[in-house]
Design a protein around this ligand. Structure first.
Ligand SMILES: Nc1nc2c(ncn2[C@@H]2O[C@H](COP(=O)(O)O[C@H]3[C@@H](O)[C@H](n4cnc5c(=O)[nH]c(N)nc54)O[C@@H]3COP(=O)(O)O)[C@@H](O)[C@H]2O)c(=O)[nH]1
Length: 521
C-alpha cells in the first residue's frame, strides 16, 4: 500500500515544514523588533551625547569670551577675581588661566607661574571656534591630563571625566572630532571595547559589523560625531525568555495551522470518498420543487434537486457536495444519477403529459464532457421520454466560456431541450450575451425576489430584468418566492411569469409531486 505511506510522509513533512516556518517567522519578527528597539536606544544615546557635547562647548566658548572681555591687566588681583568668578560659574572646567605671546602666565589653581612656560601644544581649531588641544599633560602639572581650550589671551582646562555620566554599559560610545578638510579623526574619546573606526563613525545611521551593532550621528553645527554601539549578545541575553516564548508560539501556530489544514483536507478527502461511495451505491435522493404559472396557479413543471446524507447521517448542503464533486472531477456522475432518477421517478408522468417539464442542473464540467450528450440521448431513448420534457439549467457561472456554452446550447436545442439560465442576475450575462446564448428561459435569482415590497436599492432591478426578458422573448421563472405578496406582485406583471419557491411548494418526493398534480387536474 504505497499510497497511504506516501500520504503519511507528505503529512509529516508538511507538519514539520509549517512548524519550522512558524518558528522561523516569529524568530525573525522577534529579532527585528529587538534590533529596532536597540537602534532606538543607540540613537537616543547618540543624540543625548551630542546635545551634552554642544552644551559643554557653548559653555566653554562663553567662558573664554567673558575672560577675554576683561580689561584688567592679566594675572592682576582684579583679573583673578574675574577668573575665579568664571571658574565657579562653569560646571565643566577645572581651571582657567591667562597666556600672552604663547606663554602660560597664571591660573586660578596654579597662581602666578614664576617662570612663564611656553604653551607648546598644537591643537585643532574648528572653523569659528577656539583652539582645542586634546588629552594632553597640563603645562603646570605633567601628571594631570585633560583638554585645553585656548583663545589668544586665556585658556581653560577640562577634566578627562567630562562625559563619565555617559557610561551606559552594555552600550558604549566613541566620540570623535573630525577634521573634514583632511578626512581624519583629530581625537577620539571612547569607552568602547573596539577602537573607533572612521568609516563607521561617518556611516551615519545603523551599521552591523562583526558581533556589534553600531549607530553613528554627527553634530549639525560642530565637527563632532559620535558612534554608539552594543554587542549583539547583550541584545539577546536579557530578552532570551521573550525570544524563546515567541519562537515556541510561532512553532505552535505553525503546528496548529498544519493540523487544521490536514484535518480539513482529510475531511474533504473522506467526504469526497463517501460521496463517491454514495453515488456508486445510489444512496443519493432527488426531490422535485414545483414550478407554477403565477397567473393561473397551475403546476407546469418541476426542478430536480439532489440530496445527500453522509455516512454519519448528517445532511450535506448541495452547494458543498456539488462543488466537492466538481473539484474532484466527478460531478458528471451526479448529473447522470439525477437524470436517471427523473426518468425512473417521473417517466410515466412525462410520457403522459408532454406539456409538463422537469429541469435538471448541468455543471460546467458536463458542458465539456464529450460523453454527456450521447449519454443523455441514450437514457431518454431507453425511457421513451422526449427531449422537450427535460429542461437543462446552466448557471451563469458555467456560461463564462462563451464558445463552449454556445455550442452546447446549440446541440441541446438540436435535440429539443429547453435551456434555462439559472440564478440570473448574479453573474455576468449581459443583455447582448443572453441574446448570443439563445437560451429559452431565465431563472431570476432569489435575491431579487426578496426585494419585492422593500425600498432596497436593487428592488428597481427586478422590473428591468422582467422587461428585458420580454424584449428578448425569453420565458421567465422567478426563484425564491416565499411570501404571498411576492406572488401577488408577480401575478400583476404582464405576460406569463412562472415562479418557484416555498410559497408554492418546497422540494418534495416524486410521490408527493404526483399527488399534487393529481389534485389540481
Ligand atoms: N449541478 C447540480 N446542482 C444542483 C443539483 N441539485 C441542487 N443543485 C444546486 O445546489 C444549490 C443549492 O440547491 P438546494 O439546496 O437544493 O436549494 C434549492 C432550493 O431548495 C432553494 N429554494 C427553493 N425555494 C426557495 C425559497 O423560496 N427560498 C430559498 N431561500 N430557497 C429556496 O433554492 C435552490 C434552487 O436553486 P436553483 O438551482 O438556483 O434553482 C443550487 O445552486 C442548486 O442549483 C444537481 O442535481 N446538480
Amino acid at each position: 500500500m504505497p499510497r497511504p505511506k506516501h500520504h503519511l510522509l507528505t503529512a509529516v513533512g508538511f507538519v514539520l515544514a509549517t512548524t519550522f516556518l512558524g518558528a522561523a517567522i516569529t524568530a525573525l519578527i522577534a529579532r527585528s523588533i529587538l534590533i529596532s528597539t536597540a537602534i532606538t536606544h543607540l540613537q537616543t544615546y547618540a543624540s543625548d551625547f551630542l546635545a551634552e557635547d554642544d552644551k559643554v562647548a557653548a559653555n566653554i566658548n562663553d567662558t573664554l569670551d567673558a575672560a577675554d572681555a576683561s580689561t584688567a591687566p592679566p594675572c592682576s588681583e582684579a583679573d583673578f577675581v574675574i577668573l575665579r568668578h568664571l571658574l565657579f560659574r562653569s560646571p565643566y572646567i577645572k581651571d582657567i588661566g591667562r597666556k600672552q605671546d604663547g606663554r602660560f602666565l597664571c591660573s586660578v589653581i596654579a597662581g602666578i607661574v614664576p617662570h612663564p612656560v611656553v604653551a607648546s601644544h598644537r591643537g585643532f581649531t574648528p572653523q569659528g571656534s577656539h583652539n582645542v588641544i586634546y588629552n594632553v599633560p597640563i603645562d603646570i602639572d605633567n601628571n594631570f591630563h585633560g583638554e585645553i581650550v585656548a583663545s589668544d589671551r586665556s585658556n581653560v582646562i577640562l577634566p578627562p571625566d567630562t562625559f563619565d555620566a555617559f557610561y551606559r554599559l552594555p552600550m558604549f560610545f566613541s566620540a570623535a572630532v573630525i577634521d573634514a578638510g583632511k578626512g581624519t579623526m583629530v581625537t577620539t574619546y571612547s569607552n568602547a571595547p573596539v577602537p573607533p573606526q572612521l568609516d563607521l563613525i561617518l556611516a551615519s545611521g545603523a551599521t552591523h559589523r562583526g558581533s556589534y551593532l553600531f549607530y553613528s550621528r554627527c553634530s549639525g553645527t560642530r565637527p563632532n560625531c559620535v558612534l554608539t554601539g552594543i554587542p549583539y549578545r547583550e541584545i539577546w541575553r536579557p530578552n532570551r525568555p521573550l525570544v524563546i516564548t515567541s519562537v515556541l508560539s510561532g512553532a505552535l501556530i505553525g503546528l496548529a495551522f498544519s493540523g487544521t489544514a490536514l484535518f480539513m483536507d482529510s475531511r474533504r478527502r473522506t467526504l469526497a470518498s463517501q460521496l463517491r461511495r454514495a453515488i456508486r451505491r445510489k444512496d443519493l435522493t432527488v426531490l422535485y420543487q414545483p414550478i407554477v404559472d403565477v397567473s393561473t396557479g397551475a403546476t407546469i413543471g418541476a426542478e430536480a434537486l439532489v440530496r445527500w446524507t453522509d455516512e454519519d447521517g448528517a445532511p450535506v448542503l448541495p452547494e458543498l457536495f456539488i462543488s466537492l464533486a466538481e473539484s474532484h472531477g466527478f460531478v458528471g456522475t451526479i448529473t447522470t444519477f439525477v437524470l436517471q432518477c427523473v426518468l425512473k421517478d417521473l417517466g410515466d408522468l412525462l410520457r403522459a403529459n408532454p406539456a409538463f417539464q422537469v429541469s435538471i442542473n448541468m455543471s460546467s464540467q458536463d458542458l465539456t464532457d464529450p460523453n454527456f450528450l450521447p449519454r443523455l440521448d441514450s437514457l431518454l431513448h431507453a425511457h421513451r421520454v422526449p427531449a422537450a420534457s427535460i429542461g437543462i439549467e446552466l448557471t451563469e457561472r458555467s456560461t463564462s466560456d462563451r464558445e463552449t456554452v454556445i455550442e452546447a446550447i446549440r446541440q441541446l436545442h438540436a435535440r429539443g431541450h429547453i435551456v434555462y439560465i439559472d440564478d440570473f442576475g448574479t453573474g455576468y450575462s449581459s443583455l447582448s450575451y443572453l441574446n448570443e446564448l439563445s437560451a429559452d428561459v431565465i431563472k431570476v435569482d432569489r435575491s431579487f425576489t426578496q426585494t419585492i415590497g422593500t425600498h432596497s436599492i436593487t428592488a428597481s432591478i427586478l422590473p428591468q430584468i422582467l422587461s428585458m426578458a420580454r424584449t428578448l422573448n425569453l420565458r421567465i421563472v422567478v426563484e425564491g418566492v416565499e411570501r404571498p405578496e411576492q406572488a401577488a406582485y408577480l401575478a400583476l406583471e404582464e405576460g406569463h411569469i412562472s415562479a418557484q419557491g416555498w410559497h408554492f411548494g418546497a422540494p418534495t418526493t416524486p410521490q408527493a409531486l404526483k399527488a399534487r398534480l393529481a389534485q389540481t387536474t
